[in-house]
Ligand binder design. Sequence first.
Ligand code: NOJ
Ligand code: CA
Length: 548
Amino acid sequence: MINDLWYKNALIYCINVESFMDTNGDGCGDFEGLMRRLDYLAGLGVTCIWLLPFYPSPRRDDGYDITDYYGVDPRYGTAGDFVEFINQARERGIRVIVDLVINHTSIDHPWFKHARRDPHSKYRDWYVWSKKRPRSWNKGMVFPGVQKSTWSWDSEARAYYFHRFYDFQPDLNTTNPEVRTEIKRIIGYWLELGVSGFRVDALPFVISEKGPNIGHPPPLDFEFLRELRLFLQWRQGDAVFLAEANVLPDQDLEYFGNNDDRAQLMFNFFVNQNLFYGLASGDARPLTVALRRTRQRPMTAQWAHFLRNNDELDLGRLTEKQRQRVFAEFGPDKTMQLYGRGIRRRLAPMLSDERRRIEVAYSLMFTLPGTPVIRYGDEIGMGDDLRLPERQCARTPMQWSTEAHAGFTTAKKPVLPIIDEPIYGYQRINAADQKRDPESLLNWTERIIRARKECPEIGWGDWKIVATGSPNVIAIRYDWRDTSFLAVHNLDAKPHRIRLAAGKLVNLLSDDHSEGDEQGVHRLAIEGYGYRWYRVGGLDHILKRKRE
Ligand code: NOJ
Ligand code: CA
């Protein structure tokens, strides 16, 4: 079998150009800066960069409010810089995927300006209108508490327009054939410039029916997703969609399709939330259930696993009791919580900067059935700035060194404040110091990524949960071709003794291998927040079984 599906074992790293590295001293990150840091990313083991929106935008929602789909915001550089960046990334074997934000535009987009000004403009029907205020005008907000409605009055158009997100993000009418054609043009454009695919923003909303009289939940048009996928792959065979769809497991297969015809990759929000519950409570059982419930996917499809992303940690799929447990442990203050459903902090502060806990969280995430996605700054354990509004708190500039402004910029005023405080400040947490320290989180992350790459079973193989006899310790075994891999994680602060059955266990991260007894039963003591990566001596075991 030839394994061409690059995304099955990729290491995806999420970057906001704005806060990564500034080179021209205007306080704002740029493509030139990103290019200068490509060797850092290659050294870390990154194989794919996911760029958050970098298109022209008033940036009232961090660039998810676009005014031109065919450009680069001049603050970050030129289209020429973008193409040069793609080229330099490719030189290092790094692919690039970009955000595809097609559910809505900015209210300042020329399309919307035409649409609101002129009822006869072809752009009028590119958006979603209602003469009367729809009954559901204050239902279905994505940002409750901040966003007041999903329909707003536009005095110029003399009509209400629909916006699933903020009122400055009018929804595109994605049923309009011209809009669909335009979306394909956008996809085609960035493919020509060398990207390997798209992180599809807000996919469920893109494919939902929109309008004043749509019921709840709205009907979804998966045929449209199929249409986009066919177009994508016709233009470029190895290009992918990475879907942002925080849906319940019974809908997963609709998004993946069953005929290689929808999204290749999808973020596993369901597992993510149960993983955080596991980290908060020490109880690994709900995570096990979540893994089983999201087990099914077509052969060519893949889960994308992550710990934190650019948004709040959304806990909306947990039970009320579970959610309260995670809040109590990781976000007890109201200022840490957001939209009534999530926590807006970065990972390290949630885990009280406790190294063993950070390690077990990442180690576990890296061994889940899928492709890992990490976020800039998490590899050095960056913190957050809760004085900043909403999700901005976890988007502060990358901390490169102990130089002024963390080496991010030479400007007087960076685009967002640099974290400057005793625990998470750049004087203590920065990449330069960590590079020099073999025991740093950065070097640990680099090693664990290397180990992950040497375990292709995780991306390709079949997996099963192996009984450990402890509710706190989760063991996942992968089998692929002739090799097997076993990952064991103790989510509890206390040590636990476990029993599990497997062949000879060779520890990939340290020397404590385990032979097991005559029956192949291993009795292991796993320290609090301990983790083990084992290669299972498959061949010996199989031969032995055959002889018996
Ligand atoms: C999801 C993005 O991750 C988030 O940051 C944004 O606000 C919404 N989609 C709207 O585009
Ligand atoms: Ca700059």
